[in-house]
Design a protein around this ligand. Structure first.
Ligand code: G4P
Length: 192
């Protein structure tokens, strides 16, 4: 999406070869009109797949997921990060380790919000190592739901996230794909 690429070039900050700060329009301050157009772009791409729910992981995935759910007119579900396992039969849980942040958490979903009848679109802000998305897939499998696809605002294509998801048969769609970056320099790959 050209508009997102231009915004990244204007306001994003590559703080190293692998971390991009986008605090002024995605991760800290949010630009609602741009977020709305990005949600509409996901909705248009995944239209016609019978999507019944949009899911994401707290916290930065919530705004793009909400805009996508609004455009598709379906509910949005937030997978929560708990510090430790909760003994409760009403929950699905799985451990996710973040390489970027060097932390682990129990990704948690209440059984009542996803069923085997659901066709689920996963939306997130960044695709890096794909660990968070793989955790979401594990929980959706436990719920016997169908995965309609994975949409992400920014894919860091030099990290293994996309390959990890595609190996599992997931259709990945990124609005901006960063092929390479270094302090003060960002290169994009064609959208896919
Ligand atoms: P993954 O998200 O693909 O599994 O990769 P990884 O475990 O390495 O990333 C973990 C967290 O770091 C995620 O946020 C992800 O959005 C964030 N992240 C990864 N790369 C970048 C980057 O270049 N810039 C920014 N700003 N964030 C990045 P999270 O732990 O889920 O937290 P939250 O921010 O959504 O609350």
């Amino acid at each position: 999406m050209r508009e997102l690429e231009e915004k990244i070039l204007a306001e994003g900050r590559a703080v190293s070869e692998d971390i991009l700060k986008v605090d002024s329009f995605i991760n800290h301050q949010v630009e609602p009109a741009l977020m709305k157009r990005m949600g509409e772009a996901f909705a248009a791409h995944f239209e016609g797949r019978g999507i019944t729910k949009v899911v994401t992981i707290e916290s930065s995935g919530i705004t793009p997921a909400l805009m996508t759910a609004l455009a598709l007119d379906v509910p949005m579900i937030i997978f929560k990060k708990q510090p430790s396992k909760i003994l409760n039969d009403d929950l699905y849980q799985t451990v996710v380790t973040s390489y970027t942040k060097e932390t682990s958490y129990e990704l948690t979903l209440s059984k009542k919000y996803i069923s085997e009848n659901d066709h689920v679109l996963i939306i997130d802000d960044f695709l890096a190592n794909g660990e968070a998305a793989t955790g979401v897939l594990r929980l959706l499998r436990k719920a016997h739901a169908t995965v309609a696809g994975f949409g992400v605002l920014i894919e860091k294509s030099f990290q293994p996230g996309r390959a990890k998801l595609e190996e599992q048969g997931i259709d990945v769609y990124a609005l901006a794909r960063i092929g390479k970056m270094s302090a003060g320099h960002i290169e994009f790959l064609p959208e896919k």
